[in-house]
Design a protein around this ligand. Sequence first.
Ligand code: FAD
Length: 384
Amino acid sequence: MVSFAFTDEHEEFRKTLTSFSDRVLLPGYRDRAASTNFPFDILKRLGDLGLLGIGLPEEYGGTGTEDPVLLGIATETLAYGDVNMASAPVQIGLVASQLALCRDEIQERYLPPLINGEQTIAIALTEPGSGSDASALTTTATAVEGGWRLNGEKTAISWAMNATAALVYAREPGSSRARGVSCFVVPLDADGVSVSHMPGMGCLPLGWGSIHLSDVFIPESHLVGELGKGFHSVMDHFDFSRAALGLMCLGAAKQSLEEAAAYAQQRETFGQPLSEHQGLAFQFAEHATYLEGARWICYRALWLRETAQPHTALASMSKWWPPVVAKNAIEFAMRVHGNLGYSTESPLQQRYRDVTAYLVADGTAEIQKRIIAKDIFARGTVSL
Ligand SMILES: Cc1cc2nc3c(=O)[nH]c(=O)nc-3n(C[C@H](O)[C@H](O)[C@H](O)COP(=O)(O)OP(=O)(O)OC[C@H]3O[C@@H](n4cnc5c(N)ncnc54)[C@H](O)[C@@H]3O)c2cc1C
C-alpha cells in the first residue's frame, strides 16, 4: 500500500527543528538577510545540531549513510525561520560528498570544520561564458610537476566571500565538453587567487562573488575524485540537492502564507476581516494547494533517491516548479499585507528576494525542462 507518512523519527526531527526555526532563526532573519555578513554563529549552531553532517562520513562527524528525506525535512523546516541559512545543509552536503572522494589528508583537513559549521567551501562551476551550458567551461588545469596550474574565472559563486576553499572545475587544455573536466580543492588564500563581491537582489549573507585564478598551483593531493571525471560527479549530486532546494523555497513560502493568514484574520476592510472576503480567501486556498502538490514532488524525488530508483526527471521537476510556486505564494503574502508587505522592514519582501535566486541558482527552469523532456522522449511516457 502507498504511504505518505514520515517515520516517527522524521516527525520528532521536524518538531525539534520547527521550534529551533521559530525561536532562533525567525526573529533575526530580516536583519541577517539584509546584511552581507555571513552569520558564522548561526552556522555553528546548525553544526552543533548535526544538521551539516546529514549523510556525510561518520568519522568526520556526519550521520553516515546518505539520508535525502531527512535533508529535505531539514531544509524545508529551517527555511520557515531563515531561507538563506537553510541552504547550508544542502551546500555542505554537495561539497562534502565530493570531498569524500579525496585523499584522507584532504578529508581530515576540510570535512570536520565543514560539518561542525566552522568553515564554508564554495562550488565554482559557472563562468562568465558558461552557466546553463556548464560543460562549455574554459578554466584550464595544466599539468605541471607535482600538480596543476589553474587559470580562469568563476562567477556567480555562492559563499565566494566567506569560504576557506572552493571546489573548482577546470579542463585539461585542448579537451572539450564534459570530457577532460576535473574538480580541484582550491584554498582561497593560495597565490594567484582573488575574489570579488557581486551584490545580488537577495541572498546577501551568502557572499555571492567571482573567483579569479591566475596561474594558481594546485598540488596532486587536491584533486577531487578521478582526473577527467569531475563533471559527472557534480551532476549526480545535483540530482538530490535540487529537490532539497525546492523544499527550502516551499518552507519560506509556507511561513509567508501563515503570516499572511494571521494578518488577514485581524486586518479589517469594509467592516470585516480580510479573511472574510472570498476573493482573498480563495487565493489562500489556491496557494496552499500549489504548495502541497509541489511539496510531494520534492519528497517523492528524495524518496526515490533514498531507495536507489531513477529520480533525475523528478529532481528537475522539484527544481523548476516549487521555486515558482513559492515565489508566487510569497508575492501574494506581501500583497495581503498591503503597503506593509512592501516595506523593507517586512520579512516578506526579503523572502521574495531570497527565494527568487532559486529561479536561476542550481539551474534555471528551462534547463530543468530540457532534462524532463529528454526523459519523456527516451522512455516514451510521461509517467514516472
Ligand atoms: C543566487 C545564485 C547563486 C548561484 N550560486 C552558484 C554557485 O554557488 N556555483 C556556481 O557554479 N554557480 C552558481 N550560480 C550560477 C547559476 O548556476 C547560473 O547562473 C545558471 O546555471 C544560469 O547560467 P547563466 O547565468 O550563465 O545563464 P545562461 O546560461 O546564459 O542562460 C540565460 C537564459 O537563457 C536560458 N537558456 C539557456 N539555454 C537554454 C536552452 N537550451 N533552452 C532554453 N532556454 C535556455 C536560461 O534558462 C536563462 O533564462 C548561482 C546563480 C545565482 C543566481
